[in-house]
Structure formats: structure tokens, C-alpha cells
Design a protein around this ligand. Structure first.
Ligand code: SAM
Length: 246
């Protein structure tokens, strides 16, 4: 997969894209027991500064809002030219995504769908947002929100979306299939995950559940399923409305 981002703050992406799973996913990885067996990168990131497409020598991309009021609005021209230029950097068709609090709330099924695409082009807004006319002209474009709250810019939402998508790409996680069991995922029947425990067996006088140390896989599975259901009932009863475990 190729991921492009158009942003006014490319430096914000450096630490996130060069750490942990997102970093590993963009690197070739040799199999520890078989160094000849190299898994190629599963993703490449291309972060572009929207200011590079400003048509003025001060690289200004925003202007006051028509009609008055506080805050600046990102102009159509740099967004339009930036998208055309970034799209032309690769022949794969790009699915355009605008990060906006007014978009469709992001869910795991949307993440799964996006993870199956060859290329994503994310646009991060800032200030009061982007001139509506260019958003309309960029159709088809998916408008996605990371939740019902407002951030200063689309950079953190874009990084959230990148992380959620990339960890689903085959080969991105060390343990293939572990993402499939996470909360909201098909392997968890779209419920919350069960609780997890690790060594030591007793910590501060609190025992880990005995069943998890029993070695009885059927019992462990049944315990986990029940804990996931209880937890979902307590914390997110809305997820049980279709009773996916029946
Ligand atoms: N005036 C806009 C409104 O009320 O809908 C908010 C603009 S916000 C301060 C600036 C930028 O941050 C937006 O253009 C968007 O790219 C991004 N942003 C803020 N909150 C977001 C959210 N919940 N999900 C996705 N993007 C968000």
C-alpha cells in the first residue's frame, strides 16, 4: 500500500512514522531463522507540505473567512494543485480522504475496508478548515472523523487512521492474525476484547485467573468469550444490540 498525506505540518509525522509497527511495516524484514527470506515493505509513506503548492512567494495558503468571524480558511488552489501533483507521483489510483470532524465517524469496518485499497491520499485540514468548493471539486472524497470532538488539525487524525490501517496489512504485525482478535474486530465478533494477564502469576497479592494457567484450551477459550461478553455488556452494551454471539 502507498499512503500519501498533504499537510501544513509534515514534521508532526516524523516520530510516529519512524516508530514501532509503522516503522517496521515500511522496512524490508529478514526472517530471523532464514535471512534469505525477506519480507518486502508492506507500506510506503509520502508526506507532502501543502505550502509547496502555494502560488505566492510567501507560501501563504490561508485567508480570512468570507462573512467574517475568527480563524482562517485554507484556500482552494493549494489543495487542488497539491492533490493533482501528489496523485501524479504514482500510477496507482488514490482513494482521497479528508480528515474532518464533520465526516463519517471512523470504525473498525471502515479501517478494514481502507486496508484493502492500493493507495490512500489523506488531506489534513487546519485553522477553520478548507474552502468548501475544493472539497466538492475533489469528489469522490471520503470525509472521515476520528470522533465527536475538535482537534486543531487533521494531522493527529491522519496518523490515527494510518496506524489503524497499517497494522491490518498482511505482514505488518509480528504475530499474524493478532489484530483479528482485537476489540471491534471480526475475530472478537465486533465486541470488546477479553482482559489479558502475564507474569508474575501473583502480583501485589492478586492472582491471575487460574483457568488461564490450566493448559485447557477449550476452557480458556470459553472463559475469554464470556469475559469479552461481560465486559461489552458493562462498558458498551450498544455493541451487543445485534447479539453477535447467539
Ligand atoms: N471549523 C471546523 C468545524 O467546526 O467543523 C473545525 C476545524 S478544526 C479546528 C481544523 C482541522 O482539524 C479540520 O479541518 C480537520 O482536518 C481537523 N480535525 C479536527 N477535529 C477532527 C476530528 N474529530 N476528526 C478528523 N479531523 C479533525
Amino acid at each position: 500500500m502507498r499512503i500519501d498525506v498533504l499537510t501544513l505540518f509534515p514534521e508532526m509525522f516524523q516520530g510516529v512514522l519512524s516508530s514501532s509497527i509503522l516503522k517496521r511495516a515500511a522496512e524490508p524484514i529478514a526472517h530471523p531463522a532464514d535471512p534469505e527470506n525477506v519480507r518486502p515493505p508492506v507500506v510506503s509513506y509520502h508526506v507532502t507540505n501543502l505550502r509547496d503548492y502555494a502560488d505566492n512567494k510567501h507560501q501563504k495558503v490561508d485567508q480570512p473567512s468570507f462573512g467574517g468571524g475568527p480563524g482562517m480558511v485554507i484556500q482552494c488552489q493549494p489543495v487542488w494543485d497539491g492533490v493533482q501533483a501528489v496523485q501524479a507521483m504514482d500510477e496507482r489510483p488514490a482513494t482521497r480522504i479528508l480528515l474532518t470532524p464533520q465526516g463519517v465517524p471512523l470504525t473498525q469496518p471502515i479501517v478494514e475496508e481502507l486496508a484493502g485499497l492500493p493507495r490512500l491520499l489523506m488531506i489534513a485540514g487546519h485553522y477553520e478548515g478548507i474552502d468548501e468548493r475544493v472539497i466538492e471539486k475533489l469528489a469522490p472524497i471520503r470525509e472521515i472523523s476520528v470522533g465527536d470532538y475538535v482537534l486543531s488539525g487533521g494531522e493527529l487524525p491522519a496518523m490515527t487512521l494510518i496506524d489503524a490501517v497499517v497494522r491490518l496489512l498482511p505482514g505488518a504485525l509480528g504475530h499474524q492474525g493478532s489484530a483479528h482478535q482485537d476489540s471491534f474486530s471480526p475475530g472478537a465478533k465486533r465486541l470488546l476484547d477479553h482482559p489479558h494477564y502475564t507474569r508474575p502469576r501473583t502480583w501485589e497479592g492478586i492472582e491471575a485467573p487460574e483457568v488461564l494457567l490450566s493448559g485447557n484450551h477449550a476452557k480458556i477459550e470459553a472463559w475469554r468469550k464470556e469475559e469479552a461478553r461481560k465486559r461489552t455488556e458493562e462498558r458498551r452494551p450498544d455493541l451487543l444490540k445485534d447479539d453477535p454471539l447467539v
